[in-house]
Design a protein around this ligand. Sequence first.
Ligand SMILES: [Zn+2]
Length: 390
Amino acid sequence: MRYQRSNKRLMKQVNRRSILRFLWHHDLASRAEIARSLQLNPATITNLTRELKEEGWLIETGDGDSSGGRPPILLKLNHETIQMIGVDVGIHSIKFGLVNGAGIFLKSWRMDKAEIRSGDDLLTLIMEGIQNQVSNLETILGIGIGMHGFVDRDKGMIQYAPAFELEAYPLQENLENALDCMVVIENDVRAMAMAERWFGLAQDVSDFFLINLGDGVGGAVAMGGRIQSGGAQMAGEIGHITVPNHDGTICRCGKIGCLETEISSAALARKYRQKTGKLCENGKVVYELASQGDSEAQAVFSEMGVRLGQALGLVVQLLNPKLIILAGGVSQAWDAFAPQFLVELKRNSVNRAYRETRVEPTRLQGKTGVLGAATLVIEEWMEDQEGDGE
Ligand SMILES: [Zn+2]
């Protein structure tokens, strides 16, 4: 087990972890219920839960249903104690958050990136970002990193991050060694999907697709409750499908005519400039103009809605997800592109599939990336419990 070093106190005994995992999934339970479900001796449960309570992992609450006699005391996780650090490494900034087990942000901060020329530059920035704000890492369950580009989560490697021209960098191992804390890395959009699965719109949906509309355009596929990575870690990379009638812009992947080069935040600014000759910093500014009634800015979003509807029509037909979540900064311009988008989505999918697909912008707003990164830690931690007999 690769993060044995950290949280030894917590990780020591599989029974303690089983109890914590059980409560994570069940919210509230009596000692008798836990003993029954885990097939453990009630006396063992009493001892272990006393220990966990003393250490602050559990709290006692209210009275449970009773069939006469004294009502049982219920236990729940003390989400205040369970803390993770989420790091969202984007193209223009690194965002950090200290997040508790209930998905609440205790603290959040960001760094605008200095130049990153090597994996070690990135490592140093992340280390500094964490050490400047969190003095005691011993109380942290782990650090999750959502990283733009192609990431091999199992190997803990950044395979390729085009914005920094990083290739084959073992970020997980190096950061674990530097900070002596469990680290998980994953592609940023897949991490966002994880945030939706645990804390957002997809809590009760196991088949869904998330599209991130931001500086880049990416996607994540969840099937059967699991986020898929694919043979080359590229499942869901919808930003790099080729679209018709593109304007010939070369994508950062090297191809021409990618969806990303037509609908990303930067693309919206470029489209506006092509129409008006006026410079716009990014898609957010175009959206502000559209909201103020600028008809050219509105046209940019209408056209974007059409392209998005065409692309997600493919997704509806290919995956038949129950839910499509739109995340990222551009998704907040929902009202500007939704009318054309929904018309086009319907036109590009079979009625039956369209009717059964819920489409919504995220409700986690700008927090999805960091929360998703923090959620990687919970997920890894839980997964580790499953097959770990110690
Ligand atoms: Zn591309």
